[in-house]
Design a protein around this ligand. Structure first.
Ligand code: ADP
Length: 352
């Protein structure tokens, strides 16, 4: 277990591309941190700098009080599990898991104990004599994790470990990783582009865009109080509906609809009267009743909920109604916004 401190990390690649700008994060002992953001936002680069697989252009990396910024990977006591888990095909599951310890010339009995303990944790005890090609995708992914576990590293790093698996397996592996984290109590850094993985796995999420950290917080903080328009539209599925609106004294006027402000909202927006802001409402915070019209184009039943696609004013919008609804294209449904977010149009920051 370990504490990590990433201080003002910059990464500029040889081709002058700056992939990461001023990354700052203190990771607590045993914490599960998920770096999330769209492809190319700098998540893997950050993880690889922690692993020592990429040089740190500027800044400091501290593990348990020790400056490891310029230390080679093998001395950092970190284990990385990749998306492309490339097991050794000619070795058994047991040998795959034992391999790194054999390279370190560990005692045979110690190796055996560690491999058996990891196999037990991962439910691989009956598979130890098999070759990787005899295993399912999920089992192979578990062997890859087993290879990391036997080393008992200070920190586990995961780079999109589930993205090669089908949707159902991703769900079950996600639960396994959660349990693994609980059992090992280890510090983990996990990279994904999938906001669902971030929300379900993380103690804290680091949301990134274009090399910059946009917000760091618990899943609930990012969902409830997104710091800016990027986080608001990236976290949550379907994404938040966003409307450009004019601010009047007592209401917001959008393209074809109005939203009445309550007293709290009026004082919050008092400095914005006469200008435009962005009004955000999550699909699950649109409910039936009220005086905003949703023109239905498509009704998707999900069981307990219905996704109602359509237009509010001129803007394409999605409502997630807590019921089984049977709206037809062309229906006009009266809805209300039960919880909204406001964003400054210039800075894109949340107005709070
Ligand atoms: P993510 O993991 O969020 O998809 P990456 O960290 O892989 O993003 O990449 C961030 C940026 O750095 C991208 O613009 C990518 O093209 C660039 N990049 C990644 N690796 C290299 C490299 N070895 N050389 C040059 N540019 C790179």
């Amino acid at each position: 277990m370990a504490k990590l401190s990433l201080q003002h990390l910059d990464k500029i690649y040889d081709n002058k591309v700056q992939a990461v700008f001023d990354f700052n994060l203190d990771v607590n002992d045993g914490e599960f941190i998920v770096l999330v953001g769209p492809s190319g936002c700098g998540k893997s680069t950050t993880l690889r700098m922690v692993a020592g697989l990429e040089d740190i252009t500027k800044g400091k990396l501290i593990i348990d009080g020790k400056d490891v910024t310029n230390m080679p990977p093998k001395d950092r006591d970190i284990a990385m599990v990749f998306q492309n888990y490339a097991l050794y095909g000619h070795m058994t599951v047991y040998e795959n898991m034992a391999f790194s310890l054999m390279l370190r010339k560990e005692n045979k009995n110690v190796i055996h104990q560690k491999v058996m303990a990891a196999a037990e944790i991962l439910g691989l005890t009956d598979q130890l004599n098999k070759k990787p090609k005899q295993l399912s995708g999920g089992q192979r992914q578990r062997v890859a994790m087993g290879r990391a576990i036997v080393r008992q590293p200070k920190v586990f790093l995961f780079d999109e470990p589930l993205s090669n698996l089908d949707a159902k397996l991703r769900g079950s592996m996600r639960r396994e990783i959660m349990l693994l984290h609980k059992r090992l109590g280890a510090t983990m850094l996990y990279v994904t582009h999938d906001q669902t993985e971030a929300l379900t796995l993380a103690d804290r999420i680091v949301c990134m865009s274009m090399g910059y950290v946009q917000q760091i917080g618990t899943p609930l903080e990012l969902y409830d109080t997104p710091a800016n328009l990027f986080v608001a539209s990236f976290i949550g599925l379907p994404p938040m509906n966003l409307f450009d609106v004019d601010v009047l004294e007592d209401k917001l006027v959008g393209d074809g609809f109005e939203y009445q402000l309550n007293d709290h909202e009026k004082s919050l927006l008092s400095n914005y009267v006469g200008s435009q802001i962005v009004l955000g409402v999550r699909p699950e915070h649109i409910d039936v009743g009220g005086d905003i019209l949703l023109n239905v184009s498509n009704n998707e039943n999900l069981g307990q909920n219905t996704l109602v696609h359509g237009h509010i004013g001129k803007k394409h919008s999605v409502a997630k109604i807590r019921d089984w609804c049977n709206y037809k294209p062309g229906d006009k449904v009266n809805v209300k916004f039960v919880h909204v977010h406001f964003f400054d149009k210039q800075t894109t920051n949340a107005i709070r």
